[in-house]
Write a protein that binds this ligand. Structure first.
Ligand code: DHB
Length: 404
Protein backbone atom coordinates (compact mmCIF):
# COMPACT_ATOMS: atom_id res chain seq x y z
CA UNK A 1 0.00 0.00 0.00
CA UNK A 2 2.10 2.90 -1.27
CA UNK A 3 -0.33 5.82 -1.27
CA UNK A 4 -1.33 7.52 2.00
CA UNK A 5 -3.35 10.70 2.10
CA UNK A 6 -3.67 13.14 4.99
CA UNK A 7 -6.59 15.43 5.57
CA UNK A 8 -8.40 17.06 8.48
CA UNK A 9 -11.84 15.49 7.96
CA UNK A 10 -12.50 12.31 5.97
CA UNK A 11 -16.14 12.00 4.86
CA UNK A 12 -17.62 8.74 3.62
CA UNK A 13 -20.57 9.40 1.28
CA UNK A 14 -21.31 12.11 -1.29
CA UNK A 15 -24.99 12.40 -0.42
CA UNK A 16 -26.70 15.57 0.82
CA UNK A 17 -25.13 15.21 4.31
CA UNK A 18 -21.52 14.61 3.21
CA UNK A 19 -21.63 17.36 0.59
CA UNK A 20 -23.16 19.93 2.95
CA UNK A 21 -20.63 19.05 5.64
CA UNK A 22 -17.71 19.63 3.26
CA UNK A 23 -19.22 23.00 2.31
CA UNK A 24 -19.59 24.12 5.93
CA UNK A 25 -16.09 22.95 6.79
CA UNK A 26 -14.68 24.78 3.76
CA UNK A 27 -16.54 27.93 4.86
CA UNK A 28 -14.50 27.69 8.08
CA UNK A 29 -11.27 26.99 6.20
CA UNK A 30 -11.17 23.29 7.19
CA UNK A 31 -9.99 20.86 4.53
CA UNK A 32 -11.83 17.58 3.88
CA UNK A 33 -11.84 14.62 1.49
CA UNK A 34 -15.06 12.91 0.43
CA UNK A 35 -15.16 9.35 -0.95
CA UNK A 36 -18.16 7.59 -2.48
CA UNK A 37 -18.31 4.18 -4.09
CA UNK A 38 -20.86 5.31 -6.71
CA UNK A 39 -20.27 7.16 -9.98
CA UNK A 40 -21.32 10.79 -10.22
CA UNK A 41 -24.05 9.81 -12.73
CA UNK A 42 -25.42 7.21 -10.30
CA UNK A 43 -25.62 9.71 -7.44
CA UNK A 44 -27.25 12.37 -9.60
CA UNK A 45 -29.73 9.90 -11.14
CA UNK A 46 -31.10 8.21 -8.01
CA UNK A 47 -34.77 9.00 -7.38
CA UNK A 48 -35.47 9.98 -3.77
CA UNK A 49 -37.98 12.15 -1.92
CA UNK A 50 -39.21 15.45 -3.25
CA UNK A 51 -40.26 17.78 -0.43
CA UNK A 52 -38.02 19.82 1.83
CA UNK A 53 -38.62 21.87 4.96
CA UNK A 54 -38.51 25.65 4.79
CA UNK A 55 -35.41 25.94 7.01
CA UNK A 56 -33.57 23.18 5.13
CA UNK A 57 -33.76 25.07 1.84
CA UNK A 58 -32.95 28.41 3.46
CA UNK A 59 -29.93 26.86 5.15
CA UNK A 60 -28.71 25.17 1.96
CA UNK A 61 -28.88 28.53 0.19
CA UNK A 62 -27.28 30.54 2.99
CA UNK A 63 -24.39 28.09 3.36
CA UNK A 64 -23.58 28.31 -0.35
CA UNK A 65 -24.23 24.57 -0.81
CA UNK A 66 -27.00 24.93 -3.43
CA UNK A 67 -26.63 28.31 -5.17
CA UNK A 68 -29.35 27.41 -7.71
CA UNK A 69 -32.01 26.45 -5.13
CA UNK A 70 -33.74 29.80 -5.47
CA UNK A 71 -34.56 29.04 -9.10
CA UNK A 72 -35.00 25.23 -8.91
CA UNK A 73 -36.89 24.73 -5.62
CA UNK A 74 -40.64 25.31 -5.95
CA UNK A 75 -42.55 26.99 -3.15
CA UNK A 76 -45.48 24.87 -1.88
CA UNK A 77 -47.98 26.65 0.34
CA UNK A 78 -50.00 23.61 1.35
CA UNK A 79 -50.95 19.97 0.98
CA UNK A 80 -54.29 18.22 0.67
CA UNK A 81 -55.06 15.32 2.97
CA UNK A 82 -57.93 13.17 1.67
CA UNK A 83 -60.23 11.22 3.98
CA UNK A 84 -64.00 10.69 4.15
CA UNK A 85 -63.86 10.95 0.34
CA UNK A 86 -62.84 14.62 0.26
CA UNK A 87 -59.75 16.88 0.50
CA UNK A 88 -58.76 18.75 3.67
CA UNK A 89 -56.22 21.46 2.95
CA UNK A 90 -53.41 22.59 5.20
CA UNK A 91 -52.52 26.23 4.51
CA UNK A 92 -48.87 26.48 5.60
CA UNK A 93 -48.38 30.29 5.50
CA UNK A 94 -51.65 30.92 7.37
CA UNK A 95 -50.80 28.32 10.02
CA UNK A 96 -47.04 28.79 10.39
CA UNK A 97 -45.88 31.87 8.45
CA UNK A 98 -43.65 29.54 6.46
CA UNK A 99 -44.01 27.11 3.55
CA UNK A 100 -42.44 23.91 2.25
CA UNK A 101 -40.59 23.29 -1.01
CA UNK A 102 -40.78 20.78 -3.80
CA UNK A 103 -37.08 20.28 -4.42
CA UNK A 104 -36.30 16.72 -5.55
CA UNK A 105 -33.23 15.32 -3.82
CA UNK A 106 -31.37 14.58 -7.07
CA UNK A 107 -31.68 18.29 -8.01
CA UNK A 108 -30.16 19.19 -4.62
CA UNK A 109 -27.29 16.77 -5.27
CA UNK A 110 -26.59 18.04 -8.80
CA UNK A 111 -26.19 21.54 -7.40
CA UNK A 112 -24.15 20.45 -4.37
CA UNK A 113 -21.70 18.35 -6.42
CA UNK A 114 -21.13 21.05 -9.05
CA UNK A 115 -20.55 23.62 -6.30
CA UNK A 116 -18.03 21.51 -4.37
CA UNK A 117 -16.11 20.49 -7.49
CA UNK A 118 -16.12 24.10 -8.69
CA UNK A 119 -14.51 25.11 -5.36
CA UNK A 120 -11.75 22.52 -5.73
CA UNK A 121 -13.13 20.01 -3.20
CA UNK A 122 -11.28 16.68 -3.11
CA UNK A 123 -14.26 14.45 -4.02
CA UNK A 124 -13.45 10.90 -5.08
CA UNK A 125 -16.15 8.92 -6.90
CA UNK A 126 -15.88 5.14 -7.42
CA UNK A 127 -13.79 4.95 -4.26
CA UNK A 128 -15.09 2.40 -1.76
CA UNK A 129 -14.49 2.65 1.99
CA UNK A 130 -13.40 -0.84 3.08
CA UNK A 131 -12.27 -0.32 6.70
CA UNK A 132 -12.35 2.24 9.50
CA UNK A 133 -9.65 2.22 12.15
CA UNK A 134 -10.60 4.04 15.34
CA UNK A 135 -7.87 6.11 17.03
CA UNK A 136 -6.95 9.74 17.84
CA UNK A 137 -5.99 9.92 14.18
CA UNK A 138 -8.68 7.75 12.55
CA UNK A 139 -7.80 5.93 9.35
CA UNK A 140 -10.13 5.29 6.44
CA UNK A 141 -8.96 2.49 4.16
CA UNK A 142 -10.36 2.86 0.66
CA UNK A 143 -10.19 0.99 -2.61
CA UNK A 144 -10.39 2.40 -6.13
CA UNK A 145 -9.57 1.03 -9.60
CA UNK A 146 -5.83 1.38 -8.91
CA UNK A 147 -5.82 -0.37 -5.55
CA UNK A 148 -6.12 0.30 -1.82
CA UNK A 149 -4.78 3.23 0.22
CA UNK A 150 -5.29 4.93 3.59
CA UNK A 151 -6.72 8.35 4.38
CA UNK A 152 -5.43 9.53 7.77
CA UNK A 153 -7.46 12.32 9.38
CA UNK A 154 -8.25 14.26 12.57
CA UNK A 155 -11.94 13.33 12.38
CA UNK A 156 -13.90 10.80 10.33
CA UNK A 157 -17.59 11.13 9.40
CA UNK A 158 -19.87 8.39 8.09
CA UNK A 159 -22.49 9.99 5.84
CA UNK A 160 -22.71 6.71 3.96
CA UNK A 161 -26.36 5.78 4.17
CA UNK A 162 -28.35 3.00 5.78
CA UNK A 163 -25.72 0.33 5.05
CA UNK A 164 -22.99 2.44 6.64
CA UNK A 165 -19.56 0.91 7.08
CA UNK A 166 -18.80 3.56 9.74
CA UNK A 167 -21.84 2.90 11.99
CA UNK A 168 -20.60 -0.38 13.56
CA UNK A 169 -17.40 1.37 14.66
CA UNK A 170 -19.46 4.09 16.38
CA UNK A 171 -22.21 1.98 17.98
CA UNK A 172 -20.22 -1.22 18.58
CA UNK A 173 -22.41 -3.35 16.28
CA UNK A 174 -24.18 -2.98 12.93
CA UNK A 175 -27.55 -3.11 14.76
CA UNK A 176 -26.74 -0.89 17.73
CA UNK A 177 -29.88 1.19 18.12
CA UNK A 178 -33.68 1.28 18.15
CA UNK A 179 -35.87 -0.28 15.42
CA UNK A 180 -39.43 -0.40 14.24
CA UNK A 181 -40.61 -2.52 11.29
CA UNK A 182 -43.90 -1.84 9.49
CA UNK A 183 -46.29 -4.29 7.81
CA UNK A 184 -46.51 -2.23 4.61
CA UNK A 185 -44.41 -0.64 1.90
CA UNK A 186 -44.96 1.89 -0.89
CA UNK A 187 -45.32 1.03 -4.54
CA UNK A 188 -43.73 4.06 -6.27
CA UNK A 189 -44.01 5.06 -9.91
CA UNK A 190 -42.61 7.85 -12.05
CA UNK A 191 -45.08 8.80 -14.75
CA UNK A 192 -44.62 11.05 -17.77
CA UNK A 193 -47.74 13.11 -17.32
CA UNK A 194 -48.91 16.54 -16.18
CA UNK A 195 -49.71 17.55 -12.59
CA UNK A 196 -53.18 16.70 -11.38
CA UNK A 197 -53.08 19.48 -8.80
CA UNK A 198 -50.78 22.34 -7.77
CA UNK A 199 -50.14 20.72 -4.39
CA UNK A 200 -49.31 17.26 -3.09
CA UNK A 201 -52.19 14.98 -2.12
CA UNK A 202 -52.03 12.44 0.72
CA UNK A 203 -54.95 10.01 0.90
CA UNK A 204 -56.09 7.80 3.80
CA UNK A 205 -58.66 5.76 1.87
CA UNK A 206 -60.53 2.60 2.93
CA UNK A 207 -58.23 0.73 0.47
CA UNK A 208 -55.07 2.16 2.05
CA UNK A 209 -52.70 5.09 1.62
CA UNK A 210 -51.79 6.93 -1.58
CA UNK A 211 -49.62 9.99 -2.26
CA UNK A 212 -49.66 12.04 -5.45
CA UNK A 213 -46.33 13.84 -5.51
CA UNK A 214 -44.55 15.66 -8.31
CA UNK A 215 -41.18 16.15 -9.91
CA UNK A 216 -41.68 18.61 -12.80
CA UNK A 217 -44.53 19.90 -14.99
CA UNK A 218 -44.21 16.74 -17.10
CA UNK A 219 -43.01 14.09 -14.63
CA UNK A 220 -44.98 12.96 -11.58
CA UNK A 221 -44.14 10.70 -8.63
CA UNK A 222 -47.02 8.64 -7.24
CA UNK A 223 -47.17 6.04 -4.48
CA UNK A 224 -49.67 3.61 -3.01
CA UNK A 225 -49.44 1.41 0.04
CA UNK A 226 -48.67 -2.24 -0.73
CA UNK A 227 -47.44 -5.45 0.88
CA UNK A 228 -43.64 -5.36 1.45
CA UNK A 229 -43.28 -8.59 -0.58
CA UNK A 230 -44.94 -7.09 -3.68
CA UNK A 231 -43.10 -7.76 -6.96
CA UNK A 232 -42.86 -4.40 -8.80
CA UNK A 233 -43.34 -6.17 -12.15
CA UNK A 234 -46.50 -7.99 -11.10
CA UNK A 235 -48.85 -5.20 -12.30
CA UNK A 236 -49.75 -3.87 -15.74
CA UNK A 237 -49.74 -0.08 -16.16
CA UNK A 238 -53.55 -0.10 -16.33
CA UNK A 239 -53.71 -1.99 -13.01
CA UNK A 240 -51.37 0.53 -11.37
CA UNK A 241 -53.47 3.49 -12.49
CA UNK A 242 -56.65 1.74 -11.34
CA UNK A 243 -55.11 1.07 -7.91
CA UNK A 244 -54.06 4.71 -7.50
CA UNK A 245 -57.37 6.05 -8.78
CA UNK A 246 -59.34 3.83 -6.37
CA UNK A 247 -57.58 5.53 -3.46
CA UNK A 248 -58.33 9.10 -4.59
CA UNK A 249 -61.87 8.64 -5.86
CA UNK A 250 -62.72 12.34 -5.88
CA UNK A 251 -60.00 13.40 -8.31
CA UNK A 252 -59.34 12.21 -11.86
CA UNK A 253 -55.67 11.31 -12.17
CA UNK A 254 -53.79 12.25 -15.35
CA UNK A 255 -52.44 8.99 -16.74
CA UNK A 256 -49.27 8.66 -18.79
CA UNK A 257 -46.44 6.21 -19.52
CA UNK A 258 -44.82 4.80 -16.37
CA UNK A 259 -41.06 5.27 -16.72
CA UNK A 260 -40.01 3.70 -13.44
CA UNK A 261 -41.47 1.50 -10.70
CA UNK A 262 -40.13 0.39 -7.34
CA UNK A 263 -41.20 -0.95 -3.93
CA UNK A 264 -39.93 1.06 -0.93
CA UNK A 265 -39.71 -0.83 2.34
CA UNK A 266 -40.48 1.00 5.58
CA UNK A 267 -38.34 1.04 8.64
CA UNK A 268 -37.60 3.32 11.58
CA UNK A 269 -34.13 3.19 13.08
CA UNK A 270 -32.08 5.41 15.39
CA UNK A 271 -28.49 4.47 16.24
CA UNK A 272 -27.71 4.25 19.97
CA UNK A 273 -25.11 7.02 19.62
CA UNK A 274 -23.86 9.27 16.82
CA UNK A 275 -20.27 9.57 17.98
CA UNK A 276 -17.39 7.65 19.45
CA UNK A 277 -14.07 9.43 19.95
CA UNK A 278 -13.10 11.07 16.66
CA UNK A 279 -15.71 9.34 14.51
CA UNK A 280 -19.35 10.37 13.94
CA UNK A 281 -22.30 9.29 11.81
CA UNK A 282 -24.98 11.51 10.27
CA UNK A 283 -28.02 11.20 8.00
CA UNK A 284 -29.26 7.74 6.99
CA UNK A 285 -26.14 6.17 8.53
CA UNK A 286 -27.47 7.34 11.90
CA UNK A 287 -31.25 7.00 11.41
CA UNK A 288 -33.90 6.04 8.90
CA UNK A 289 -37.58 6.96 8.84
CA UNK A 290 -40.56 5.70 6.85
CA UNK A 291 -41.02 7.94 3.79
CA UNK A 292 -44.37 9.50 4.83
CA UNK A 293 -43.70 13.21 5.34
CA UNK A 294 -40.29 13.07 3.61
CA UNK A 295 -38.17 13.85 6.65
CA UNK A 296 -34.97 11.96 5.70
CA UNK A 297 -32.94 14.66 3.95
CA UNK A 298 -34.12 17.31 6.43
CA UNK A 299 -32.84 15.19 9.31
CA UNK A 300 -29.50 14.77 7.56
CA UNK A 301 -29.13 18.54 7.16
CA UNK A 302 -30.01 19.12 10.84
CA UNK A 303 -27.34 16.61 11.96
CA UNK A 304 -24.72 18.27 9.79
CA UNK A 305 -25.53 21.81 10.95
CA UNK A 306 -24.72 20.76 14.52
CA UNK A 307 -21.77 18.52 13.65
CA UNK A 308 -20.03 21.12 11.46
CA UNK A 309 -20.08 23.69 14.29
CA UNK A 310 -18.82 21.08 16.76
CA UNK A 311 -15.94 20.21 14.41
CA UNK A 312 -15.07 23.86 13.94
CA UNK A 313 -14.72 24.29 17.70
CA UNK A 314 -12.69 21.09 18.01
CA UNK A 315 -10.39 21.49 15.02
CA UNK A 316 -9.80 25.24 15.07
CA UNK A 317 -9.89 25.98 18.82
CA UNK A 318 -9.29 22.62 20.51
CA UNK A 319 -12.61 22.84 22.40
CA UNK A 320 -13.90 19.29 22.99
CA UNK A 321 -17.18 20.26 24.69
CA UNK A 322 -19.40 20.73 21.60
CA UNK A 323 -18.38 17.41 20.07
CA UNK A 324 -18.88 15.70 23.46
CA UNK A 325 -22.46 17.00 23.52
CA UNK A 326 -23.17 16.48 19.80
CA UNK A 327 -24.98 13.14 19.96
CA UNK A 328 -27.31 14.00 22.86
CA UNK A 329 -28.22 17.36 21.34
CA UNK A 330 -28.83 15.95 17.85
CA UNK A 331 -31.01 13.15 19.24
CA UNK A 332 -33.74 15.55 20.37
CA UNK A 333 -34.58 16.68 16.84
CA UNK A 334 -34.03 13.18 15.46
CA UNK A 335 -36.69 11.75 17.80
CA UNK A 336 -39.14 14.54 16.92
CA UNK A 337 -38.76 13.67 13.25
CA UNK A 338 -39.00 9.96 14.08
CA UNK A 339 -42.24 10.58 15.87
CA UNK A 340 -43.68 12.64 13.02
CA UNK A 341 -42.80 10.02 10.39
CA UNK A 342 -44.29 7.22 12.51
CA UNK A 343 -47.42 9.26 13.31
CA UNK A 344 -48.11 10.43 9.72
CA UNK A 345 -47.66 6.81 8.65
CA UNK A 346 -49.90 5.33 11.37
CA UNK A 347 -52.60 7.93 10.82
CA UNK A 348 -52.87 7.37 7.07
CA UNK A 349 -52.04 3.70 6.40
CA UNK A 350 -54.20 0.63 6.80
CA UNK A 351 -52.50 -2.19 8.71
CA UNK A 352 -53.16 -5.67 7.26
CA UNK A 353 -54.75 -6.81 10.54
CA UNK A 354 -56.79 -3.60 11.03
CA UNK A 355 -60.43 -4.20 11.90
CA UNK A 356 -63.41 -1.86 11.79
CA UNK A 357 -62.56 -0.47 15.22
CA UNK A 358 -59.11 0.59 13.95
CA UNK A 359 -60.59 2.11 10.82
CA UNK A 360 -63.17 4.20 12.70
CA UNK A 361 -60.64 5.24 15.33
CA UNK A 362 -58.24 6.42 12.60
CA UNK A 363 -60.98 8.50 10.96
CA UNK A 364 -61.83 9.87 14.40
CA UNK A 365 -58.24 11.05 14.77
CA UNK A 366 -58.13 12.65 11.30
CA UNK A 367 -61.47 14.43 11.74
CA UNK A 368 -60.51 15.76 15.17
CA UNK A 369 -57.10 16.94 13.98
CA UNK A 370 -58.43 18.77 10.93
CA UNK A 371 -61.47 20.31 12.63
CA UNK A 372 -59.18 22.06 15.12
CA UNK A 373 -57.02 25.00 14.09
CA UNK A 374 -54.55 23.90 16.77
CA UNK A 375 -54.50 20.42 15.21
CA UNK A 376 -53.90 21.73 11.70
CA UNK A 377 -51.17 24.03 12.98
CA UNK A 378 -49.46 21.16 14.83
CA UNK A 379 -49.33 19.08 11.64
CA UNK A 380 -48.29 22.06 9.49
CA UNK A 381 -45.45 22.97 11.90
CA UNK A 382 -44.11 19.45 11.66
CA UNK A 383 -44.37 19.49 7.89
CA UNK A 384 -42.59 22.83 7.29
CA UNK A 385 -40.05 21.91 9.99
CA UNK A 386 -38.44 23.48 13.02
CA UNK A 387 -35.41 25.70 13.54
CA UNK A 388 -31.98 24.09 13.66
CA UNK A 389 -29.90 23.67 16.76
CA UNK A 390 -26.37 24.98 16.18
CA UNK A 391 -23.34 25.17 18.43
CA UNK A 392 -24.08 28.89 18.89
CA UNK A 393 -27.79 28.44 19.68
CA UNK A 394 -31.02 28.03 17.73
CA UNK A 395 -30.93 29.09 14.04
CA UNK A 396 -34.25 30.13 12.51
CA UNK A 397 -34.42 31.00 8.84
CA UNK A 398 -35.78 34.50 8.26
CA UNK A 399 -39.50 34.34 7.51
CA UNK A 400 -40.61 34.79 3.90
CA UNK A 401 -42.01 38.16 2.92
CA UNK A 402 -45.78 38.24 3.34
CA UNK A 403 -47.51 38.63 -0.02
CA UNK A 404 -49.33 41.95 -0.32
C1 DHB B 1 -42.35 12.42 -1.49
C2 DHB B 1 -42.96 13.56 -1.06
C3 DHB B 1 -43.53 13.60 0.18
O1 DHB B 1 -44.12 14.70 0.66
C4 DHB B 1 -43.51 12.51 1.02
O2 DHB B 1 -44.14 12.59 2.19
C5 DHB B 1 -42.88 11.38 0.60
C6 DHB B 1 -42.29 11.34 -0.66
C7 DHB B 1 -41.75 12.39 -2.85
O3 DHB B 1 -41.97 13.32 -3.61
O4 DHB B 1 -41.09 11.42 -3.20
Amino acid sequence: MSRTLRTRVAIVGAGPAGLLLSQLLANDGIESVIVDQRTRADIEGTVKAGTLEYGTVQFLIQSGSTPHAATVAERHDGIEVWFDGEPHRLDFPALTGRHAYLYPQHSVLIDQIATRLGAGQDLRFETTAVAVIDSDQPVLRVQDAEGAYDIVCDFLVGADGARSIVRPVVTGSSHGGYFREYPYAWFGILAATTRVSKELMYSASPDGFALISQRTDTLQRLYFQCDPETDPDAFTEAELWAELQRRIPGKTLQQGPITRRDVLRFRSFVASTLRRGRIAIVGDAAHTVPPTGAKGINMAVADVVLLAGSLRELLLYGDERPIDGFSDRAMKRIWSSQHFSWWMTSMTHRAPDADEFDRHRQLGELRTLFSSEGGRRYLAEYYVGWPFETVDGIWSAPLPAVAA
